[in-house]
Design a protein around this ligand. Structure first.
Ligand code: PMP
Length: 446
């Protein structure tokens, strides 16, 4: 059996055996064959090192030795479904729920295999608890790839190939204070009132699905007070609040372990995924006893792989490493430094319209004109491409106009890594060619 094949053969096999809808980064230029990773670096088949500023899955660093050892140890002993008792599952539930604010009531866990599965289950929980089918979602939001989660994701249902909103899905504007509908000091209130209106229009409400920091929406940090007011409107209408922390949880915000804490709210359901297993398929839904009791209506819930001992071993070691290596503090420190450095760059380069972020969740929005905010889409694409081709730095682009460069690296991203990234960006910005017809390359977000 051949265990290793060259890049040309990989590309051929990819073309033959995969649907082009399964896109690859840098597909139009030079897709990468990545064979190993370490810390905040990825290595191709020729051992070229790429600085990874975009991978929020390998949360505590690529191939973290502690996580790798925990997984290897467990897989050599037992890996099976959750029909039997196993310490890993229950210990993980204990340690995970200890990360929530005291008194939150968030204590019942469902372990699943992906963020999509977590949100899919959260929809079912909300339907069971409220007996309503109406879901309020935030524009440009993404919650997953299953049929049900596509139906609650404007990023999918509103875009090419999508089928638009179903009658039970009620979309509210994204609380973007840079280019959104409301930008002034009353923006939080104004955006929250769109949620109140949606509740009224819906009649009854099952759930409000919202990311505590909107990722594919373009790294949007809702104005302070937005979630409090919106949650309160939803609860008054009898609905429950679901915080999708798939992108922003596990300390990425630096000062907070969970991004919703920044807004001083407590959700009824929290969904999480990506970073939880450091690459192993581990995701979860955490909720209150009241919601879980409503779900326990006679229909059994069984998930073959969800909560298996190997993925739970990964989750347990991720929680330990975040704490022991003080990665949350690192996210706060390095994130602040990056924002300061990019803001300094923005004094010389008008193209940088906005720099926003919390911890290691940072967006740089590029505009052609600071007054009209015309999105600098082609320029953003050029910067992203040249970061890779000239500096071996991997970045991604998000936002409805594809003009937000996103920085959400592994949480071990250092000040040295940050300096390298900023230096490269400075060099590119000072030699930017500008918009070239047909040059725009979409970069797949993760
Ligand atoms: N929610 C959010 C906010 C996400 O960004 C994603 C993935 N990009 C998902 C849910 C879906 O997670 P998964 O790809 O693990 O199914």
């Amino acid at each position: 059996i051949r265990t290793s094949i060259g890049k040309d053969e990989v590309l051929q096999l990819r073309k033959k055996h995969f649907c082009p809808a399964q896109s690859v980064s840098y597909a139009n230029t030079d897709p990468l064959l990545i064979v190993r990773g370490q810390g905040s670096y990825l290595y191709d088949e020729e051992d070229n090192a790429y600085l990874d500023t975009r991978n929020n899955v390998c949360h505590v660093g690529h191939s973290h030795p502690r996580v790798a050892a925990a997984v290897a140890d467990q897989v050599s002993k037992l890996n099976t479904n959750t029909r039997y008792l196993h310490p890993n599952l229950c210990l993980l539930a204990k340690r995970l729920t200890e990360t929530f604010p005291a008194g939150s009531g968030l204590e019942v866990c469902f372990f699943v295999n992906s963020g999509s599965e977590a949100n899919d289950l959260a929809v079912r929980l909300a339907f069971a608890r409220t007996r309503s089918r109406n879901v309020i979602v935030v524009d440009h939001g993404y919650h997953g790839h299953t049929q049900q989660t596509i139906e609650i994701s404007p990023y999918k249902f509103d875009h090419k190939g999508g089928e638009g909103a179903r009658p039970n899905i009620h979309k509210v504007p994204c609380p973007d204070t840079f280019r959104g509908l409301h930008r002034g000091p009353d923006a939080a209130e104004q955006y929250a009132s769109t949620v109140t209106e949606a509740c009224k229009a819906a009649g009854s409400v099952a759930a409000f699905f919202v990311e505590s920091g909107m990722s594919v929406g373009g790294v949007i940090l809702p104005p302070r007070g937005y979630l409090q007011a919106a949650y309160s409107a939803v609860r008054q209408a009898g609905g429950i609040c679901v915080a999708d922390e798939v992108q922003v949880g596990f300390g990425r915000f630096g000062d907070f372990f969970w991004a919703f804490e920044e807004q001083g709210v407590v959700p009824d359901i929290v969904t999480m995924g990506k970073p939880f297993g450091n690459g192993m398929p581990l995701a979860a839904v955490v909720t209150t006893k009241a919601v879980s009791d409503a779900f326990h209506n006679g229909l059994e819930y069984f998930n073959t792989f969800g909560g298996n001992p190997v993925c739970c071993a990964a989750g347990l070691s991720v929680l330990e490493v975040i704490r022991e290596e003080k990665l949350q503090d690192n996210a706060a420190k390095v994130g602040k430094y990056i924002c300061e450095q990019i803001r300094q760059l923005s004094t010389k380069h008008e193209l940088i319209g906005d720099v926003r972020g919390r911890g290691l969740f940072i967006g740089i929005e590029f505009v052609r004109n600071p007054e009209t905010l015309e999105p600098a889409t082609a320029e953003t694409s050029e910067i992203c491409s040249r970061m890779k081709s000239e500096h071996k730095i991997l970045m991604s682009i998000d936002g409805p106009h594809d003009n937000v460069l996103v920085i959400k690296p592994p949480m071990c991203f250092s000040l040295t890594d940050a300096d390298r990234m900023v230096r490269a960006m400075r060099e590119i910005l000072s030699t930017l060619v500008g918009p070239v017809a047909g040059q725009h390359v979409a970069h797949t977000p993760t």
